[in-house]
Design a binder for this molecule. Structure first.
Ligand SMILES: Nc1ncnc2c1ncn2[C@@H]1O[C@H](COP(=O)(O)OP(=O)(O)OP(=O)(O)O)[C@@H](O)[C@H]1O
Ligand SMILES: [Mg+2]
Length: 405
């Protein structure tokens, strides 16, 4: 072969590789669009299931079977919510909600689910050091990531074995590399998920994080587990390492930066079980029936008086009629006709000091980055929300000092 021929052949091979990469990228893009597209409807359905199951619990005696069933529906819906959030984060349409996270709780939750679902011969252990360090993150996404690792580990030990979750404090001097990535100086919580399973052969170690890479039989794995773990760790500003030895076992190590200013322990948001009640009047605006009724029902169960409005126009009518009666308005962002933002502007024209919460089923990344409340609103509520979260958000907006506008 002449050198020209071999050059042409090399170029043709390269072209084929690029074509394959492009096809893969287009596939991911299509999945992204698909997940983003169904998210809004799916979230509304989950809002109904999650909201009504937690409401149902409040009607039932706590030790009865009905309560247990409602709690089970609630837990399943919460899982589905987390899964949707993860898929959305994966399709880059949604950023996780960052809050101070207690990793001991996150690990506990993952283990609870695993111990119910995983092979009974898999013994789960924990070794938690430095439990007081908080990281800033999305507890739901982190539970899901640990679950993915735990499920993989259990799958790698069909005949049983040991699965250990451990945490320690890790301080980087700024010269440490994890999987060839430099870990900047500072304190991290290191979480290890270790198994005594089959191990990962060296030749596929570089591929396991790629989306759709799986060694499992069709129908048994989609190959998305580890790519979700990877994207979750990166959105948390963390790092990931894989150590594996065939026949001995596998350890995934995750480093998450320790929060610089740990959350105020007196912040009511820090206590995840307290459901603060209230007696004020809330105007609720949503053009979809289920979320509207649900929000009103939940608020009433907390002691609030509610005024439902099925459109921006209706909300304006109500506020005009009783401007001093309304203490807070919760408005959905996406509505047919007048949307949430315009509704707010018109309501403010009637009462400039009105307290407001914007509610949305999709977080519209970019417009509503995590932790940032959209212009003009006092707070933001991500659907589907839970009763506790709603109660706390409403209470904190109502209790905040009056704004100057
Ligand atoms: N702890 C582990 N021990 C051995 N092999 C593992 C382990 N974790 C992952 N793997 C390998 O990496 C592959 C990719 O894992 P990943 O979680 O991304 O997808 P999956 O488990 O195959 O499918 P899914 O998680 O989407 O159901 C697995 O098919 C398996 O071959
Ligand atoms: Mg998996």
């Amino acid at each position: 072969m002449t050198s020209l021929e071999s050059q042409i052949e090399a170029l043709t091979t390269r072209l084929r590789e690029v074509e394959e990469q492009l096809a893969q990228a287009q596939k991911m893009e299509a999945i992204g669009r698909l997940t983003g597209g169904i998210a809004h409807d799916f979230n509304n359905l989950l809002t109904g299931i999650l909201g009504y199951s937690s409401l149902l619990k409040t009607f039932l005696p706590e030790n009865g079977r009905g309560y247990e069933a409602a709690a089970y529906i609630e837990r399943s819906a919460r899982r589905a919510t987390e899964l949707t959030r993860q898929l959305l984060a994966y399709s880059r349409r949604e950023r996780p909600t960052f809050r101070p996270v207690n990793l001991r709780k996150v690990i506990g939750e993952a283990i609870e689910i695993l111990s119910r679902s995983a092979n009974r011969n898999v013994e789960i252990h924990t070794d938690i050091h430095h439990p007081q360090e908080l990281v800033s993150g999305d507890a739901g996404a982190l539970v899901q990531a640990l679950l993915n690792l735990g499920v993989n580990a259990a799958d790698a030990m069909p005949g049983g074995g040991h699965l250990t979750f451990s945490t320690t404090l890790f301080v980087s001097d700024g010269e440490v590399y994890l999987n060839d990535v430099l870990v900047p100086e500072g304190p991290y919580v290191s979480i290890c998920v270790a198994d005594t399973g089959s191990g990962i052969p060296e030749e596929i170690r570089g591929e396991v994080f790629a989306p759709f890479f799986t060694t499992k039989a069709p129908g048994e794995g989609t190959g998305l587990g580890l790519s979700m773990v990877y994207s979750c760790v990166r959105t948390h500003g963390g790092f990931l390492r894989l150590v594996s030895s065939v026949g001995v076992g596998t350890t995934f190590q995750i480093l998450l930066p320790v929060m610089e200013e740990p959350g105020d322990p007196d912040d009511p948001r820090a206590d995840e079980t307290e459901v603060p009640p209230g007696t004020e009047t809330v105007l609720v605006v949503d053009d979809e029936e289920i979320p509207l009724n649900l929000l009103c029902d939940v608020l009433r169960s907390l002691g609030y008086t509610t005024l439902p409005a099925a459109s921006g126009e209706e909300a304006i009518e109500i506020l005009r009629y009783a401007p001093d009666k309304v203490d807070l308005v919760i408005v959905d962002r996406i509505m047919a006709g007048m949307d949430g933002i315009e509704t707010l502007a018109r309501l403010r024209a009637i009462r400039p000091t009105l307290r407001t919460i914007l509610c949305s089923g999709t977080s519209e990344a970019g417009r509503t980055p995590s932790g940032v409340v959209p212009d003009g609103f006092d707070d933001f509520l991500q659907k589907p929300y839970e009763r506790v979260m709603l109660a706390r958000t409403v209470r904190s907006v109502l209790d905040a000092r009056p704004s100057n506008n």
